[in-house]
Design a protein around this ligand. Structure first.
Ligand code: C2O
Ligand code: CU
Ligand code: CU
Length: 576
């Protein structure tokens, strides 16, 4: 463990601001191949001298930055020392579902969870946070979040700033709400307290050279539209899953919750002592995005809270940079290109799927106001259900459509994806790299392409969900399995199997089976086998139609097997 000098001395040559500012806290780092994280209680003062109860990893608030090398086999020991169950999700990591830290990998109070896996993602900025069923917002808001920096040899070839806290800085940007007792509040629109790395009104001394900033929006729902106070350009070099094909010159980077961006700012163009703010230009956010001047329809009274928040729709400061002397051997130039990112080709897709966002009209009214609840494909998350089953190695196109009045940042576990198009148009440069979160605005259609490689598990699902934490907690989430049909003996493509019709499939309560032409064995043995290979149903029949009650079975994949004489047909049934 490497300790970082956190306190930065203010140089007297800089004129003091009218209100007091605080040196930006920079989290310590953990590196190596074994990482120990303790989920603990804390107390911090965020509003005056009032104590607020917090959570943190290895401290009071937030957690250490994990430095991980691609290819390493790592173990993370997570001990839960708080009084409620938690989970830790490695947001963006390509790991097996049992190591993913979703709602199924609960860590009870007092317990330690120790996933081990190989680091397969390419160099980028990731993060870790809790993902408990309906508990995500309260735990993240109280402080459970940390950054992860993955490094690899491809990224190391470029002359980029990568000295942590010297020319490469983590910036976890969050807005928080507090109640009257100074406790963190959730599901409000009064997130008026801004913080970067848990520091309010922060300043950071930056060397007068090219500096890398790793931006993470770790808020519950607010989108930030980052830019410099003088509107000057900077370079976007990386998005959620890795470097872009080339640095992209821009003066804005919009991040919805869960998204990350790496930017380079060349501070050598500023004189020593310059103070310049990183701002959020929220006045420029499109309506419907949380943080913009308007969401939903303005006639619904429940939105008073949203409109009362002074941050919505205005431009505000996030962090002051104080330009300080350059370091020894600074990075002075910006690379022209990186390794090209070549998206998967649409013609190679095996499956097309649609995910449709809609309001729960029974609970939220016909249009659905900003708070939901919201559905994905007309259902709410259920811990016991599987919503989608993907075949290992399939290339899939997912089409996301939003029929609600608010923008939702869609996130999927397991893989990174390439955006194919947004409303039929090719993605802008900032969305041409690898992504795992994409903001879908009202009435938008966003299509992405990805391949579900490496991991399959017939029992443990991955999640896809809205990364607005209140929406996620309220059920705007689904579960998907990646299954390897070759290892569970499914021969659905042979022509005999085509004559066995199973419906509905996927099913909820029961499955009907019809044996059509070509299957005229007089006696058939029918078995249903679960994923552990256990026969859980069997019957002999001479009928051509049967129906099996599946109501009490757990969600997942089952094999429906028909045997007669020397023929065996296996078919897959999905119970939701
Ligand atoms: Cu950052 Cu499923 O979450
Ligand atoms: Cu995730
Ligand atoms: Cu949402």
């Amino acid at each position: 463990m490497k300790s970082i000098i956190r306190s930065v001395l203010a140089l007297c040559l800089f004129s003091p601001n009218v209100f007091s500012q605080n040196a930006l806290f920079i989290p310590d780092t953990l590196s190596g191949t074994t990482f120990n994280l303790n989920v603990q209680n804390g107390i911090r003062q965020f509003v005056g001298t009032n104590n607020s109860p917090t959570y943190g990893y290895n401290g009071n608030f937030l957690g250490p930055t994990l430095l991980i090398n691609k290819g390493d086999s790592i173990t993370l020991n997570v001990t839960n020392s708080i009084a409620q169950p938690t989970t830790v999700h490695w947001h963006g990591f390509h790991v097996a579902p049992m190591n993913d830290g979703g709602p199924d990998q609960i860590i009870l109070p007092g317990a330690t969870w120790s996933p081990s896996f190989k680091m397969r993602n390419e160099a980028s900025t990731f993060w870790y946070h809790p993902h408990g069923d309906a508990k995500t917002e309260v735990q993240i808001s109280k402080g459970l979040a940390g950054m992860i920096i993955v490094r690899d040899s491809a990224e190391a070839m470029y002359n980029l700033p990568r000295k942590y806290a010297v020319d490469d800085f983590p910036l976890i940007v969050q807005s928080k709400s507090f109640d009257l007792l100074y406790q963190f509040a959730v599901a409000t629109h009064s997130d008026t307290v801004l913080m970067v790395n848990g520091t309010r009104d922060p300043y950071l001394q930056v060397p007068q050279q090219v500096v890398r900033l790793r931006l993470l929006n770790g808020s519950a729902d607010r989108t930030f539209n980052f830019g410099l106070a003088d509107n000057s350009n900077f370079y976007l070099i990386g998005t959620d899953g890795g470097l872009l094909s080339a640095p992209y010159l821009t003066n804005r980077v919009r991040l919805s919750t869960g998204e990350r961006a790496e930017i380079l700012i060349d501070f050598s163009s500023y004189t020593l002592g310059t103070q310049i703010y990183l701002k959020s230009y929220a006045s420029e956010l499109t309506r419907g995005i949380i943080g913009a001047d308007s969401v939903g329809t303005s006639t619904i009274v429940i939105q008073e809270g949203y409109y009362a928040n002074p941050l919505n729709g205005i431009d505000f400061d996030l962090l002051r940079f104080d330009v300080s002397p350059a370091t020894a051997s600074p990075v002075t130039a910006i690379p022209v290109t990186f390794n090209p990112k070549i998206p998967l080709l649409e013609v190679n897709a095996d499956v097309n799927r649609s995910i449709h966002f809609s309001p729960d009209t029974a609970l939220s009214g016909p249009q659905g106001y900003v708070d939901g609840p919201f559905f994905m494909n007309n259902v709410s998350f259920n811990m016991d259900s599987i919503n989608i089953v993907v075949n290992l190695n399939d290339i899939e196109i997912w089409s996301l459509t939003n029929s609600t009045m608010v923008a939702h940042p869609f996130h999927i576990h397991d893989i990174e994806f390439f955006v194919l198009d947004i409303n039929g148009l090719p993605p802008p440069p900032e969305y041409q790299g690898l992504k795992d979160v994409i903001l879908v605005k009202p009435n938008d259609t966003v299509r992405f392409i990805t391949q579900f490689i490496t991991f399959s598990d017939p029992m443990v699902p991955y999640m896809y969900h809205c990364h607005l934490l209140h929406h996620e907690d309220d059920g705007m989430m689904g579960a998907f399995l990646v299954i390897d049909s070759t290892t569970i003996g499914i021969n659905e493509n042979n022509s005999l199997a085509d004559n066995v019709k199973l419906f509905p499939n996927p099913t909820i309560n029961s499955i009907s089976v019809e044996f059509q032409n070509g299957i005229n064995f007089s006696q058939k043995k029918i078995s249903i086998i679960n994923i552990l290979g256990e026969e859980i149903y069997s019957a002999q029949t001479s009928e051509n139609k049967i129906k099996v009650d599946m109501e009490k079975w757990v969600s997942g994949v089952y094999i429906f097997q028909i045997q007669s004489e020397n023929k065996v047909i296996n078919k897959k049934i999905i119970k939701q």
